[in-house]
Design a protein around this ligand. Structure first.
Ligand code: ASP
Length: 423
């Protein structure tokens, strides 16, 4: 009875159980150790298995735009006067750049020491991955040439279009502009909109709590489909690469632990244990965006972070601060360079640092985005982007872990700025 109650209350435990059962079922259906269903049967079964995950993501996508907009406007308006918001904004910007740079440096050190790409045989790997032309096309169209137009379009000319298309970065910019204007105007003239946005926030968070109930089923479906289709052997072939990424992500968690202890000055184990629910959700959904409402709730209710700080840092961090993604992208670039035996000069390494930083800022916080944006970095340093196809088969599992690191970074930043604000 006690276990049943505990299970009902703890999402992370439900997810762990779904993961284990899903892994077992996936192995039974796959051809490594199980009955080996054929590809067609697996494909049609996967479409059904993925229904709960698709439903969950649709609910999140439905609420995320109003939630992000409302959170940022409310936060900036409540922070009031231009000076504090300017200082906070600048501080957060610098902090995000530093933490992402640390992540990239960890990645470069590990990738150079372990050299996962030199361990593998390229031709054998290509054969096991059965690369098709269609998959090859899916990574086209991202290049560094898109940067000027992306910068020119940063201010949304037509906010309705940005809303409809879910262009998070434009929505963020607009929210900052509206928030700053509201903060500058007299309180009574902005109160009606402020009240409205506050209730939008409450309603969207309530919808999230309801949607959360299907997460364990979503995880089960995704894992069964993944294990049955990809198989253990393929994962083994890329084991060194996966191991390096996971080690790097683990090292980044240690960096956060030190920041929490020495900079935010919070007790380590109790703070980290409060991160568990959003971390589980990030792991299950592989989307920081989908996790954002939960990250925000944890920051405010469990970590007791000043609401004005959390409502600013969390939505902003979710959109632009992706340390896990940057770390993963830098390791992937090194891995492919080693695999294709391409020498990286000091200049190329500097370019990798810069582009990983920018790419992680620009990566949308949705599943699988990191690997797609990776092609921009590859093109910049002259590595054939086709290499990405080798990474795709194991990307989902790495995506789950790096997303967990991404949101841990956002929560850590919120703890730091909460401390600074209190001081
Ligand atoms: N899935 C990641 C996130 O939402 C982004 C990525 O693909 O790296 O944070």
């Amino acid at each position: 009875m006690a276990f049943k109650n505990y299970l009902f209350k703890n999402l992370w435990l439900q997810v762990v159980i779904s993961l284990i059962v899903g892994l077992g079922v996936g192995l039974i259906l796959g051809d490594d150790v199980g009955i080996g269903l054929d590809d067609d049967a697996l494909d049609s079964m996967s479409t059904y298995l993925k229904i709960p995950a698709n439903i969950f993501l649709s609910v999140i996508m439905m609420i995320i735009v109003p939630l992000i907009f409302a959170s940022i406007v409310v936060a900036i308006t409540n922070l009031g006067g231009d000076k504090s918001i300017k200082t906070l904004g600048l501080g957060i910007g610098i902090y995000f750049v530093i933490s992402t740079t640390i992540a990239i440096l960890i990645a470069i050190s590990l990738a150079s020491i372990i050299a996962p790409g030199s361990i593998l045989d390229l031709t054998a790997l290509q054969e096991t991955h059965d690369l098709s032309e269609d998959e090859l096309k899916s990574t086209d169209g991202f290049s560094i040439d898109d940067v000027p137009s992306a910068i020119s379009n940063i201010i949304p000319r037509n906010p309705i279009v940005s809303y409809l298309e879910g262009q998070m970065f434009s929505i963020l910019i607009m929210a900052v502009i509206v928030g700053l204007s509201m903060a500058a105007l007299p309180k009574e003239s902005v109160k009606p909109l402020l009240d409205l946005l506050e209730s939008v926030q409450r309603i969207t968070l309530y919808i999230l709590l309801m949607a959360m109930k299907i997460v364990p089923f979503a995880v089960f479906g995704m894992i069964v489909a993944m294990v049955a289709k990809i198989g253990v052997e393929t994962m083994g072939g890329l084991g060194a690469y996966m191991g390096t990424v996971i080690l790097g992500l683990g090292a980044m968690l240690l960096v956060y632990a030190m920041i929490i202890k020495f900079v935010a000055k919070r007790p380590l184990s109790s703070t980290f244990s409060k991160f568990r629910n959003p971390q589980t959700l990030a792991f299950s959904t592989a989307s920081s965006m989908a996790t954002m409402p939960m990250t925000l709730k944890t920051a405010e209710e469990d970590l007791k972070i000043d609401k004005r700080i959390s409502k600013f840092v969390i939505p902003l961090g979710t959109t632009v601060n992706m340390d896990g993604t940057a770390l993963y992208q830098a390791i992937a670039v090194f891995f492919l360079a080693q695999l294709f035996t391409i020498e990286l000069s000091v200049f190329s390494i500097l370019i990798i640092i810069m582009t990983s930083l920018l790419a992680s800022i620009g990566t949308p916080a949705v599943p699988g985005a990191g690997v797609v944006v990776l092609s921009t970095i590859l093109i910049t340093v002259g590595i054939p982007p086709v290499g990405i196809l080798l990474l795709l088969s194991v990307d989902r599992i790495l995506d789950m872990i790096r997303t967990m690191v991404n949101i841990t970074g956002d929560l850590t930043a919120a703890c730091v700025f909460d401390k600074i604000a209190r001081d």
